[in-house]
Write a protein that binds this ligand. Structure first.
Ligand SMILES: [Zn+2]
Ligand SMILES: [Zn+2]
Length: 97
């Protein structure tokens, strides 16, 4: 693990190693599949960490069990969706909010 990571990769890695994936993330991936809702790129077990859960209404506390507030977006589309730099927020608050 000596290869240099970008800040974003490092953040993700820390999140991944530091805590279990948030329950709603796993659930959303299960409901909507390993597929980006925007670019339709498909993911598998090896790169699924590139797929993130977007909250349609922007409220991380709103997690209906049927997945209606979730959208699976790859990190690229998610960043695009939060083009004002909110993805940093999203990543930082992912586990807690
Ligand atoms: Zn995408
Ligand atoms: Zn989002």
């Amino acid at each position: 693990m000596d290869s240099p990571l970008s800040v974003d990769e490092a953040v993700r890695e820390l999140k991944r190693l530091g805590r279990p994936a948030s329950p709603y993330r796993e659930r959303s991936l299960k409901i909507h599949g390993l597929l980006c809702a925007k670019c339709a790129r498909e993911f598998d077990e090896h790169n699924r960490q590139l797929l993130t859960v977007h909250h349609k209404d922007g409220n991380h506390h709103n997690n209906p069990p049927d997945g209606s507030n979730w959208e699976n977006l790859c990190v690229y589309c998610h960043e695009d969706e939060h083009s004002r730099g909110l993805l940093g927020d999203y990543l930082a608050g992912d586990q807690n909010e």
